[in-house]
Design a binder for this molecule. Sequence first.
Ligand SMILES: Cc1cc2nc3c(=O)[nH]c(=O)nc-3n(C[C@H](O)[C@H](O)[C@H](O)COP(=O)(O)OP(=O)(O)OC[C@H]3O[C@@H](n4cnc5c(N)ncnc54)[C@H](O)[C@@H]3O)c2cc1C
Length: 471
Amino acid sequence: MHTIEELDDGRAVYLNGHRIKVADIPIFRKTLALNNQYYTLQKSHPDIHTYVENGHRYDIAYKVPRTVDDLRQKHQAYQEIAQANNGMLGRTPDFLATGMAVLAERSAFLGHNQYTNFGENAKHYAEWVKANDIFISHALQNPQLDRSKPINAIPSGYAGVHTIERRPDGIVVSGAKMVNTMAPIADDLLIFNPPELLLEKGDTSYGVAFATPLNTPGVKIICRKLLDHPGYTEDDYPLSNALDEIDAYIVFDHAFIPWNQVFVENDYEMSNRFFIETGIFGHTSHQDEVRGITKLEFATSLAIRVAHTLGLDHFLGVQEKLGRLTANLELIKGTITRSEDNGQLDEFGIYTPDLQALLAVRASLPGFFEEAMQVTQRLAAGSMVGVPGFGEFDGDNGSILEKALATSQADAKDRSKLLNLAFDLSSSGFGQRQLMYEYYHGGDPMRIRSKHYLDEDLSAGNTMLDQLLNH
Ligand SMILES: Cc1cc2nc3c(=O)[nH]c(=O)nc-3n(C[C@H](O)[C@H](O)[C@H](O)COP(=O)(O)OP(=O)(O)OC[C@H]3O[C@@H](n4cnc5c(N)ncnc54)[C@H](O)[C@@H]3O)c2cc1C
């Protein structure tokens, strides 16, 4: 766990054209404090958040799951971490920590080259991360410059990250990755390529996977515009003034990566295999879906609280809308449990959640979250956009507003804060970014659904069909 001051370690973070100190940006400070709940929970709730291995205590995320009970304990830990930020922080340290647990066991297939053994590098890296509880962020997606062309046909060299020099002690890389959530406040950065939009033969120099500290010379963290509202309080913007997990564009400008931090190099096919075959994808997806469901629970309760506070919840049409949200929540909770119950031991004895069930969550959650946001918008209607700033309560009109905005359900300030929350999650810039996050952060839902259909076991349905059709 770091303090915000410790993050000013030479990392090159840029905001609105200026190189900044992370500690100078108030929303970064608040976000780090929330993110550090991951570490705090290890102390306050060690029976769920930690485990002991060879006499050392580690975060539970690093435990290699061997049984369904291991997955269930991890589920509970992920859920409690997500509850500490209402599911709004997608990339807390547990996300990649759980990937490191399996990377250490599954990395041998990465092979070696004349300088180094990639499989051993990945194993040792994962063990080092676990021993030191390093907070990793990741960037896999290559910039959307021209998706109609292979990466190597884009001459700028910024369509991905690629090796520009290979030396006996390591590689020098340049290029860019499109989005890196949490980059300014993480410790390390894991770079690899996505399992969709695959690299092709001519992209070989882009076929890399490596890890590097975020303060590596030549790594530039160029943040998107902030979403908070200086001048207003957290009563006005309960979410966007409390946290921002900060997406950044990452540029590599002749950054040196020693061999022991390189896991794939000069190999586009291995790079395409990295995310799935290391097991990182399956196990991080488990954490990711638990976090997503926790956020859907928050959003569902918000819609219901709005309906109740505005005296709408006795109308049948409103109840039907809210019933759709609660049904969605039940379906999705049941599916994550199914992914755990139907898990299987892989060839390394790792108990792996059922991917079809996990991908069903990923395929459906974006739509369910969007529906919850739409219901909130439609119920909170005009009142949500007409809430005066909280400063008005201390101004000339304060006593009028205290009376005018109060109802039998809530006093004026409580009602205003609830409506501000509804606006912040469903309609502010922060809320729109959350919507985008739920839609895209785990990959393109179109491709996920296509893959789901292709992989589904339809034997029971097909047997019935065949019996009827061949009768
Ligand atoms: C808020 C947010 C945070 C994120 N954080 C991270 C992060 O921390 N690390 C990270 O690596 N990534 C991150 N991402 C990126 C995310 O992984 C990608 O946005 C996602 O995988 C979709 O890829 P893309 O944006 O490149 O879109 P594309 O894959 O380019 O797709 C855009 C559209 O074009 C269509 N399309 C594109 N190519 C084809 C094709 N060949 N055939 C048919 N249709 C096509 C798609 O269906 C889609 O509708 C984040 C994204 C968001 C929105």
